[in-house]
Design a binder for this molecule. Structure first.
Ligand SMILES: O=P(O)(O)OC[C@H]1O[C@H](O)[C@H](O)[C@@H](O)[C@@H]1O
Length: 531
């Protein structure tokens, strides 16, 4: 343990400050020593080289044989060829023009009314970025008020549609899906479409697609066939979790009146800083160093994200996908079984101090905290609650106090400090973490840009739905009551528990199924079907 003066020296030795962005990165409270840092240098040299090649257009996603181009989105000049450069510039021009036309009323509803609301339908990278940015940057009176359907939960869809209410007739719909085939998004679209039709509204006059504009996307085909209002391109060299600065994130943000050029400018400025092949001068490399130290290069400690600012509440949820879908991999680039990753959680401070910081301070030391400090308390001045003390002083004191309390009990933390939550800073934070993931992924030798594990879950879900069709066929065709066991023997005996779960869910939703008997003995339950 160091005393305050030693810590002050360490703080200064390791402090990173970006003049243009007014952004600090402090890793002084991560307990690595110079040997650790020096021993990691060769890995950093290779990582910097690999990321540079990635930006120049290498096939940096070897499993899907794709380039990785999200860095080009905020500086088309670095794109590897003229065609991609043009795609990026044209997309941005189209986004800005469309938002202008919607705001000015040049594009209106079929009844000539200006759009007032925005319904964004998407999931994962097609929702988390837009949700984070909206929560961080939207104003109290945005030109369009955004609502999200980001799941195939009927009650959740009902709640969102109820929230929109009569405004549906002036609500623009964005259906966002890079692949164009994600079931949850397609379900949300069909549910929304029904809601429009129930009000006598022609859905196509309200619908905009953001997707791959080729035959691989079912969504693109629907948007074309049904003559939707507009379609914006997603690129195959942009992954879902790094798509916030593509049309996926920029179109909703622009429609909400958010300064998307500011976001792009902040990201570009951060990209310049995170290209520097010198750890101490590279904020993303400093984060990667901290992560590698904390988890011993194996994710042995979780990343707790604690912004002491309400508007950054969703940053941790955004980072959960960016970090965990990128790093959480079974194999490394050489095919070795590594079971890598870094778990991410957290909400906001000081609120979380009243929830789980107790465990962080004294319990199992299986984490490191990243504090996000925002210096500016609010627009305008604050009232004094007691002499020389404002609410913001409390918030700042609670952050510093928690950081000290953790350090004093041997718990590591990083602090990222910004002046305020602005479009430029949000863009910079997105770029900071995208690059930290890129660098760290090379330190641990994994492909950060594919997601093979997601397919397994999708396939299993599809097989349950197939099973449900078979079960209903058997139940409807039999004229006498069957037990669950009888049904399983006619469909697939191995799947008896899945069959029981399907029937129990159907019964709960008035789908013609009733189960009679002792519920603690499900295999003996009698299944009845009625129209
Ligand atoms: O944008 P979509 O193609 O609909 O994909 C939405 C999400 O689906 C999967 O979960 C992928 O793992 C995510 O990376 C992606 O963001």
């Amino acid at each position: 343990m160091m005393d305050n003066l030693q810590l002050w020296q360490r703080y200064q030795d390791w402090l990173y400050y970006h003049e243009g962005l007014g952004l600090y990165v402090d890793i002084s409270r991560m307990g690595f020593d110079d040997d650790f840092y020096n021993n990691l240098q060769p890995k950093f040299v290779d990582a910097f080289e690999a990321v540079a090649k990635l930006e120049q257009g290498a096939i940096a996603n070897p499993d899907e044989k794709r380039m990785v181009g999200h860095y080009w989105l905020r500086n088309a000049d670095i794109a590897p060829n003229q065609e991609i450069k043009k795609e990026i510039n044209d997309s941005l021009t189209k986004i800005k023009a469309f938002a202008t036309d919607i705001h000015s009323g040049k594009i209106t509803t079929p009844n000539g009314e200006k759009f007032t609301d925005l319904l964004s339908i998407g999931i994962g990278g097609s929702a988390l970025g837009p949700q984070f940015v909206s929560s961080a940057l939207t104003t109290t009176h945005p030109p369009l008020k955004i609502h999200f359907i980001d799941n195939t939960d009927p009650a959740g869809i009902d709640r969102t549609l109820a929230e929109i209410g009569d405004k549906l007739k002036t609500t623009l719909v964005l259906v966002i899906s890079k692949s164009g085939g994600t079931p949850e998004t397609r379900n949300g679209m069909l549910e929304a479409k029904k809601a429009y039709e129930d009000k006598g509204l022609n859905f196509s006059d309200y619908a905009v697609a953001i997707t791959m504009m080729d035959s691989s996307s079912k969504l693109y085909k629907v948007a074309q066939e049904d003559k939707w209002l507009e379609c914006f391109a997603m690129f195959d060299w942009v992954g879902g979790r790094t798509s916030e600065l593509s049309a996926v994130g920029l179109l909703p943000a622009a429609l909400e009146g958010i300064d998307i050029q500011g976001m792009l400018d902040g990201a570009r400025e951060m990209d310049i800083a995170t290209r520097i092949p010198d750890v101490k001068k590279n904020p993303a490399a400093l984060l990667a160093l901290g992560w590698y130290y904390a988890g011993n290069g194996k994710g042995e400690k979780d990343m707790v994200i604690l912004p002491y600012k309400d508007s950054l509440l969703l940053f941790s949820r955004y980072l959960q996908q960016l970090v965990m879908e990128s790093l959480g991999k079974e194999e490394d680039l050489d095919g070795n079984k590594v079971y890598q990753g870094i778990a991410v959680y957290g909400n906001k401070g000081s609120t979380d101090q009243h929830a789980y910081v107790q465990q962080l301070r004294e319990g199992v030391a299986n984490f490191f905290v990243t504090f996000i400090e925002v210096l500016k308390d609010r627009a305008g001045n604050s009232l004094e609650l007691e002499p020389n003390t404002t609410s913001g002083d409390y918030l700042s004191g609670l952050l510093q106090g928690t950081r000290k309390a953790l350090y004093d009990n041997g718990r590591d933390s990083i602090t990222v400090t910004v002046n305020e939550v602005s479009p430029k800073i949000v863009g910079a934070l997105i770029a900071l973490y995208e690059r930290a993931v890129s660098i760290y992924a090379y330190l641990i030798n994994v492909n950060a840009y594919h997601q093979p594990g997601v397919e397994a879950g999708k396939k299993a879900a599809a097989s349950i739905l197939d099973l449900q069709q078979k079960v209903l066929e058997v139940v409807k065709s039999s004229n006498n009551s069957l037990t669950i066991t009888d049904i399983a023997s006619k469909v697939d005996g191995q799947e008896i528990e899945a069959i029981y779960k399907i029937l129990r869910h159907l019964e709960a939703n008035n789908r013609g199924i009733t189960l009679k008997g002792d519920r603690t003995m499900p295999s003996k339950l009698i299944v009845n079907y009625h129209q």
